[in-house]
Design a protein around this ligand. Structure first.
Ligand code: DC
Length: 237
């Protein structure tokens, strides 16, 4: 039987270019791209809309089991649907972001969403983005990438991305440092990541294209070149 491609797990701190890199690597290989954070965000949004606090563990788990979080996966990106409604934009607000991080703190919620992610990636040929994708979701992923870049470079990228809405550059650096510290604390609680078998790729001074090239080359070295005709990823999962 023809192999459908490997599992690639990508993570990195804010501003490391992980989303863009993961999406582009998936596109180049004809793989699925799965943004696992979007699932936590959709669930957080669902709770907010229902007037339920994301800190209420039991309700959050029930909603994780009952809500229809549908993902339309394409090599070019991901559309996130909650009970049939496209919430791809709505999950990007600061409120949804906050709700997502709260909802992600319940172990039973994680169990449900991790189960869905494993189901989606079961056949390989997938790039997963998210912090536990190389440890809990797919500990046997053939390729694990942890992108790093120095804080000034990451702040510069974020600054350009936010096109004038970022405010003061030194404040932005401080914000990134604070978020790094918070994320590191969460990671410590969730276990060792990046794991010893993850490739740390320093993207400081690399263009997006160079960064993607390196990951694609590693994927090919690890047997990631073979995908079904026309690539993977159309329609709902
Ligand atoms: O990557 P992101 O900002 O879209 O993630 C949203 C929230 O979900 C963030 O607080 C981290 C959490 N998350 C998680 O706990 N596990 C994942 N695999 C992905 C995201």
């Amino acid at each position: 039987m023809r192999k459908k491609g490997i599992v690639i797990a990508i993570d990195g701190p804010v501003g490391s270019g992980k989303s863009t890199t993961a999406r582009e690597v998936a596109r180049r290989l004809g793989y699925l791209y799965l943004d696992t954070g979007a699932m936590y965000r959709a669930l957080g949004l669902g709770l907010l809309r229902a007037g339920i606090s994301p800190d209420e563990g039991e309700t959050a788990v029930r909603m994780a089991r009952e809500a229809r979080i549908d993902l339309r996966l394409h090599p070019r990106g991901q559309q996130t649907l909650l009970d049939g409604e496209d919430v791809s934009g709505a999950i990007r607000t600061a409120e949804a972001s906050d709700a997502a991080s709260r909802v992600a703190a319940h172990p039973e919620v994680r169990e449900v969403l991790v189960g869905l992610q494993q189901e989606i990636g079961r056949d390989g040929g997938i790039v997963l983005e998210g912090r536990d994708t190389g440890t809990v979701v797919f500990p046997d992923a053939e390729l694990k990438i942890f992108l790093v870049a120095d804080v000034a470079e990451r702040a510069r990228r974020r600054f350009l991305e936010m096109a004038g809405e970022a405010g003061d550059f030194s404040t932005l650096i401080e914000q990134i440092r604070a978020r790094d510290a918070r994320d590191e604390a969460t990671q410590l609680k969730m276990g060792e990541w990046p794991t010893a078998d993850a490739v740390r790729l320093d993207t400081t001074g690399l263009s997006l294209e160079e960064q993607v090239d390196r990951v694609v080359r590693l994927a090919l070295e690890r047997g990631g070149g073979s995908v079904p005709e026309g690539g993977r990823g159309e329609g709902p999962v």
